[in-house]
Design a protein around this ligand. Sequence first.
Ligand code: GTP
Length: 598
Amino acid sequence: ARQAKIRNFSIVAHIDHGKSTIADRILELTETVSKREMQAQLLDSMDLERERGITIKLNAVELHYTAKDGETYIFHLIDTPGHVDFSYEVSRSLAACEGAILVVDASQGVEAQTLANVYLALDDDLEIVPVINKIDLPSAQPEVVRQEIEDVIGLDASEAVLASAKTGIGIEEMLEQIVHNIPAPDGDLTAPLKALIFDSVYDDYRGVVLSMRVVEGVVKPGDKIRLMNSGAEYEVVEVGVNSPKPIKRDYLMAGDVGYLTASIKDIQDTRVGDTVTHADNPAEKPLAGYREMHPMVFSGLYPTDNAKYNDLREALEKLQLNDAALEFEPETSQALGFGFRCGFLGMLHMDVVQERLEREFNMDLITTAPSVTYNVELTDGQMVDVSNPSQMPEVSTIKEINEPYVKATIMVPNDYVGAVMDLCQRKRGTFITMEYLDDYRVNVIYDMPLSEIIFDFFDKLKSGTKGYASLDYELDGTRPSDLVKIDILLNGDKVDALSFIAHRDFAQERARTIVVRLKDVIPRQNFEIPIQAAIGAKIIARTNIKAYRKDVTARIHTGDPDRRAKLLDKQKRGKKRMKSVGTVDVPQDAFMAVLKTD
Ligand code: GTP
């Protein structure tokens, strides 16, 4: 009987279309959180998320809604991350639901990333409740957007809720539609336990806390459980729901969404997508769709102060406890000393990790330019994976370098198709096809090297289309590529941390741009510093940093004490982010200079 009252759903939305605000309104209207204790955007629990306004970690909240039919329903609202870096997590959290609310901004319309998530939801046979949000905006065009949802996504939008999360219009109607349009879960209570893990976080007191959807069976404290893909076994300590604070329950049954703790210390045992079953009465097969997470972007992280190496290791270990996608291993650089090569899902993930290390662990870091993993075939038939450009084998030993490719889908208004194609072409893309979605929108699909997509492609795409284009991509194998390693020499010394990989056709141009950029970011010192770029022993670009003549700081008026303090502080911070490489002081910016392609 309880099962019939449950509604499990997610909110699917493009970044900024109002997902968090809608979630807040739902929490308010169901009185899950009183207005007074309502902290804006409660679902995004990490500080960093709140500050950046992006959703990274998933969360599930239980709410109670008394509908117009007089019945009280149990809602489980499952949060999904909105960024392209985290699409696997999105697919797992959708798999925990029977329905999804699709939020579309009434002034922006449907965007590519939204579309990708809607397709994930449709693949899982979820019932979709379309909501057109921000109808209070003067630029809102709800009827145009309604038509667009029908034309572009192919959903019936005749009943789409017109809402303003800002003013509260439409929120109740949305809750009624959830009750009536999203089916209750089914699932056999007497079958062997099958529960899908869609999130896991580490808690200092309870160990790993799993968020899961029970698909079949029942689980309660004291049960011996097994994680079907990792094989790890544990005894359940506690089960419960978040409402939004954790509330213990005696059991969780088929249809429920809640949490489970079992004194689990290693988050690697509890990867998102794995199936929980009973150790002594296991399910025959795990739930479908489990995928190992593979980082796509790698970069070196080095403490500016070499003595902090162990602190950095401890910080990374702690971060990994609630970020199973983060990988790292020790690495040494002649230029930077001891550090770690870290693997990330994408640039946003990398930024987030870096920022958390700096803020939560007080680390001062030098980050080297990110690289993808190249698959290199040597002349002796061996295959090696290279994710650190400085470790690219000697040219004479290489038979072929394969680089990862993606299928990139860019949704853009007609007017900007030319600009998008131009950009893709410059990024070594191969045009595949173009699909007209309606009278004014096109999906442009390109085959592109991953390395060209992950760095500044997204920014370039946004600026080239006045922000109108949106991007989604998926890995699509590797292709042989004519790539070369370019080394940078400062004052005659090769700086391994500045080496990078480029396509041969672009090598000269990239090398020239980079030596000039380095000249700008590396401060003058009291001797002239030649900067050279080389392929093997051949110098392909060079410039000089002139020696300085005057002490620049001596010219600053120090009359205003406030200003002076600020200046000193700035200098101190600037200094910390500097690394002596041989005889030259190199600032953090230099290591990222190789990213800037023009
Ligand atoms: P991510 O967490 O980054 O995925 O964004 P989100 O989709 O959760 O969007 P969020 O709720 O943070 O809203 C984005 C911006 O739109 C915020 O500045 C909100 O205040 C604003 N906003 C949300 N709903 C409405 C609305 O109905 N009307 C207006 N005018 N603004 C809204």
